[in-house]
Design a binder for this molecule. Structure first.
Ligand code: NAG
Ligand code: NAG
Ligand code: NAG
Ligand code: NAG
Ligand code: NAG
Ligand code: NAG
Ligand code: ZN
Length: 926
């Protein structure tokens, strides 16, 4: 089952999270530090740096340092000593919820400057009256006086102008006392559920590395957590308030975006890494812990950390590992060093009500975040343009960690579905982008959040000769030397290449035709990937940039002219051959299969005879062909057909053998590809044909008896979707049973998603309202998530419209869930036009309310437009782009371009293939 989310980085969460005593109220405090004196505009700050008037970066050339988004390099922080005290009761004099704090930042001046720039986020922050910014020189340095300070709104800096210069090589301390409001505006600092957050402070702070000694002052009876272990907890009285003061060990040197603080009344369970003193804890709402929902995560964390210690050959860098589930969280999880935050659905598992898919989500998300403790945290990226270095690597390694913890799940095989196919789909568009962007292309917060996309997460390293760790252990040694050299520091991608190259040179018997840099740069500096065409009659092999729409125009120049160095692993007649960089061998009468186990990031096409031989082999005995390749043959064929490289009937024929297939992955691969047909046709007459659908009916039955669990789920859900009557009746009956006795849900956890959806689709307002009530009352997050998606399945337009309205009402649908709810509605064939109208009518509101930098805009646009396949829809899309040019599309900008490109391709595809598809299905029926 698909992972709920794969994005782990909540860019917004740079600062604090706090939960009130009740555990219901979670307060996220984004800013840690600052002072400001402009009246109402005062903002909190969480980074410190200064600027020299000479600034190196960027395209347009603003005159002043504070007009640049990136901080200059004239100052570098050494430590941030932060003390924070959030008040969870209304302040009598101001009528507001407030927090107060103190901050001492020690920084070193690298280049002479008379400016200090401090990045601020959206927090309203005021200096306590009577206090000023205090600048002190250390080690005999003299601090100049402050002339003035102001807030630069656009770039969100607090600018401090000094009377004299700070001297290069000297260190200074900037001290402030501040007070801020715990507003409920969901920006930076907020009360109530944690949801959304601006991105900007991360922009500022990400390249800053320092050490953070932290102290939290909190209400008695609550627990305070931060990155380090608590070293001292004392009860004390401050200004007449009885409080607890918790001091934490200073963090390691790290990026500010990894800092986190939480105050809550949460409970926890404890474990450890075997033979190690590292304290492992899982935190969550008291009730969730009491009901045992944290045990699964705890069970897998110890083994995974132990595995990573061996894999990276580097011990876990901290003294403890806390993981905490928050009722609201905009991303899936965030890898704060030593204090990882999760959505509840990504950390908690309830054996009684959660499905195996939910369990898998917990496993893989935890594996991903823990992998970051080394790759991403111990060694971090220099700038966001190289995000893939963090994310791609963690997205790969998570499968190894997950496999170690659940060795019987064969989870590594799923990489092909979850990562490779997903990224193939977007990277085949002319509007894709290179994995690594130029530093200067990524500046603004929305540009940064746009980097958190499928390509950064999934394209990595597949396809490189060095990336897929070879069993020779060579790769592990590379990682060790890389992590060792750059521990507590940051890198650019070429640092990794250097280490790989060194390994190649020092390994006896290992040689590459080119340097690692030459090979790998082609994969990361140009977008896309090749289709390799093998002519088995002549032995000729050629490559070409694979574009889903062959007529699309690639206007992005590539330094390599869209050619790649492709390592080709292959087999002939069932026998594995030596890897070739070029293949020069004719096949005779034997089939040739290339990209064995899909170790390379490319698609493969063959001459017609070889396609026939492969299809024959699949039918005769598919087990000779490796599992992953069976899935890949189907996926390559369907995509080559979409790109008009082969014909559609050939692609459809690769699915015939599936009636003998018992494994999940090839089935899932076929279903995902057939889903495209359904999306293209479910509003037209061909759909009737698909439904009558024939051979597929038979397939579903085979499917239903299949032992593989995911196949059963797939079979039932696909059969229902295709309108199989028995399926509709069955799901409705089960659901009705539940409605009659709401305290006893008779539906198996693994089937809930499908049953809920189909029963609501077949039902009316009664079913819908019941599901809504159950959604509102759900105390387990995974259960709520299933109901929320099922509510979008109704075919009743007014219910869908009402649900759309609910999606923008935070009292009904949490802000974190707004865009995915709209996407669910759009996935429904009846809901799609309603959702599209809804978005068009309210774009500016949604954009403002939910933040242009928010991640989910690309998902929203993808979700709503995935069915688009008519000229009229393309026109509407263009109009939409034009109409809202003034508002903007933020992190959805690229998605909008992709949507237009995909729509254009769909229009052509439907025109060209409708008849072939209809014929094929009607022939298969008879
Ligand atoms: C916080 O700042 C915003 C904009 O700067 C302003 O609209 C709002 O009224 C402020 N809130 C408070 C409570 O001062
Ligand atoms: C940090 O600041 C607090 C409060 O000002 C102080 O008590 C503490 O000693 C400081 N810690 C360090 C490591 O400077
Ligand atoms: C502080 O006070 C709380 C509640 O009054 C109590 O439970 C806790 O044990 C005290 N802690 C210390 C370190 O005295
Ligand atoms: C956690 O591990 C224990 C001990 O092996 C086992 O009894 C328990 O069922 C596991 N819990 C979960 C939720 O996997
Ligand atoms: C970080 O790495 C750079 C080289 O990339 C090096 O110059 C610098 O000294 C390192 N800093 C630390 C603190 O290790
Ligand atoms: C780039 O590739 C295209 C097509 O493969 C070819 O026509 C063109 O000459 C190449 N250009 C360069 C500069 O190599
Ligand atoms: Zn990640």
């Amino acid at each position: 089952m698909a992972k709920g989310f794969y994005i782990s980085k909540n860019m917004g969460l740079a600062g604090l999270l706090m939960g009130a005593v009740a555990g219901v109220v979670i307060i996220a405090l984004a800013a840690v530090y600052d002072k400001e004196k402009t009246k109402n505009q005062n903002k909190p700050v969480d980074g410190v740096t200064t600027v020299s008037p000479t600034t190196s970066s960027t395209l347009s050339t603003p005159k002043n340092p504070w007009e640049y988004y990136r901080l200059p390099d004239s100052l570098s922080p050494v430590s941030y000593n932060i003390t924070l005290w959030p008040r969870l009761v209304v302040n009598a004099s101001t009528g507001l919820y407030i927090f107060t704090g103190q901050s001492d930042v020690v920084f070193r001046c690298e280049k002479e400057t008379d400016l200090i720039l401090i990045h601020c986020n959206k927090l309203n922050l005021t200096l306590l009256s009577g206090h000023r910014v205090r600048l002190t020189g250390l080690d005999g340095a003299t601090a100049p006086n402050v002339i003035s300070s102001w807030l630069q709104v656009k770039t969100e800096y607090l600018v401090i102008q000094l009377k004299g210069k700070l001297a290069a090589g000297k260190s200074y301390r900037l001290s402030t006392d501040f007070q801020g409001e715990l507003a409920d505006d969901l920006k930076g600092f907020y009360r109530s559920e944690y949801t959304e957050d601006g991105v900007k402070k991360v922009v500022a702070t990400s390249q800053m590395q320092a050490v953070f000694p932290v102290t939290l002052i909190h209400q008695r009876g609550t627990v305070a957590l931060s990155n380090g272990r608590d070293v001292e907890t004392v009860n004390t009285t401050i200004d007449g308030a009885e409080v607890t003061k918790t001091r934490f060990e200073p963090t390691k040197r790290m990026s500010t975006y990894l800092l986190a603080f939480i105050v809550s009344d949460f409970a926890h369970i404890t474990g450890s890494i075997e033979n190690n003193n590292v304290l492992v804890r899982i935190w969550a709402r008291r009730k969730a812990i009491a009901e045992g929902h944290g045990y699964y995560a705890l069970n897998v964390t110890g083994p995974m950390l132990q595995f990573y210690e061996g894999y990276y050959n580097a011990s876990y860098p901290l003294s403890k590992s806390d993981q905490i589930a928050l009722p609201d969280f905009s991303a899936g999880a965030m890898e704060n060093w030593g204090l990882i935050t999760y959505r509840e659905t990504a950390l908690l598992y309830d054996p009684a009500s959660s499905s195996v898919g939910n369990k898998e989500t917990v496993l893989t998300v935890v594996a991903h975040e823990l992998a970051h403790m080394w790759f991403g945290n111990l060694v971090t990226l220099r700038w966001w343009n190289d995000l893939w270095l963090n994310e791609g690597f963690a997205s790969y390694v998570e499968y190894l960690g997950a496999d170690y913890a659940e060795p019987t799940w064969n989870i590594k095989e799923l990489i092909i579905l979850y990562e490779v196919h997903k990224v193939f789909a977007v990277d085949a568009l002319a509007s894709s982008h290179p994995l690594s962007r130029k530093e200067e292309e990524v500046n603004r917060p929305d540009e940064i959040s746009e980097m958190f996309n499928t390509i950064s997460y999934s394209k990595v390293l597949y396809g490189s000769p060095c990336s897929r760790p070879s069993p020779t252990a060579r790769f592990y040694m590379v990682l060790h030397s890389y992590l060792n050299e750059f521990a507590f520091n940051n890198t650019v991608y070429s640092d990794l290449w250097d280490h790989l190259q060194k390994a190649v040179l020092t390994t006896p018997g290992m040689s590459l035709p080119h340097t690692v840099h030459d090979i790998m740069n082609r994969w990361i500096l140009q977008m896309g990937f090749p289709v390799v065409t093998i002519d088995t009659a002549t032995g000729h092999i050629t490559q070409k940039h694979f574009l889903l729409d062959p007529d699309s125009v690639v206007d992005r120049p590539s330094p390599y002219n869209y050619t790649w160095m492709v390592p080709i692993k292959w087999m002939k007649g069932g026998v594995e051959r030596e890897q070739h960089w070029l293949l020069q061998e004719t096949a005779g009468s034997e089939w040739v299969l290339a990209n064995l186990n899909v170790s390379g990031y490319y698609r493969v096409n063959y001459d017609t005879d070889n396609w026939e031989r492969l299809i024959n082999q699949l039918t005769a005995d598919h087990t000779v062909i490796p599992l992953i390749n069976r899935a890949q043959i189907v996926d390559d064929a369907f995509n080559l057909a979409r790109a008009k490289v082969i014909n559609t009937t050939l692609a459809l024929r690769t699915t015939r053998y599936l009636s003998q297939e018992r494994d999940y992955i090839p089935w899932e691969s076929a279903i995902r590809n057939l889903n495209y047909y359904i999306l293209m046709f479910d509003r037209g007459q061909v759909y009737g044909m698909l439904q009558v659908g024939s051979s597929y009916n038979m397939i579903y039955q085979t499917f239903t008896v299949a032992e593989v669990l995911y196949n059963q789920i797939n079979a039932i859900s696909f059969a229902c979707r295709m309108g199989v009557e028995r399926c509709r009746v069955l799901t409705s009956v089960w659901f009705r049973e539940w409605m009659l006795n709401p305290d006893h849900n008779p539906i198996h956890p693994n089937l809930k998603t499908t049953v809920y959806c189909n029963a609501i689709a077949a039902g009316g307002v009664e079913e819908w309202d019941f599901a809504w009530t159950m959604f509102k009352n759900a105390t387990v997050a995974t259960e709520a998530a299933k109901l929320r998606s099922a509510l979008a399945c109704t075919k009743v337009p007014w219910l869908l419209n009402r649900y759309l309205d609910y999606s923008l009402d935070p009292a009904k649908i949490r802000k974190q869930d707004c865009t995915s709810t709209i996407s669910y509605i759009a996935h429904n064939v009846v809901g799609m036009p309603l959702a599209w109208d809804f978005i068009r009518a309210r774009w500016s509101y949604i954009y403002t309310e939910y933040g242009g930098g928010s991640f989910s805009f690309s998902n929203l646009i993808n979700g709503v437009t995935r069915r688009f396949s008519t000229e009229f829809e393309l026109k509407q899309l263009k109009q939409f782009k034009e109409d809202n040019a003034g508002v903007g599309f933020g992190s959805g900008t690229l998605a909008l371009e992709q949507a237009m490109e995909k729509t254009a391709a769909n229009i052509k595809w439907v025109a060209e293939n409708q008849e072939q598809v209809m014929n094929w299905f009607s022939n298969e029926c008879t």
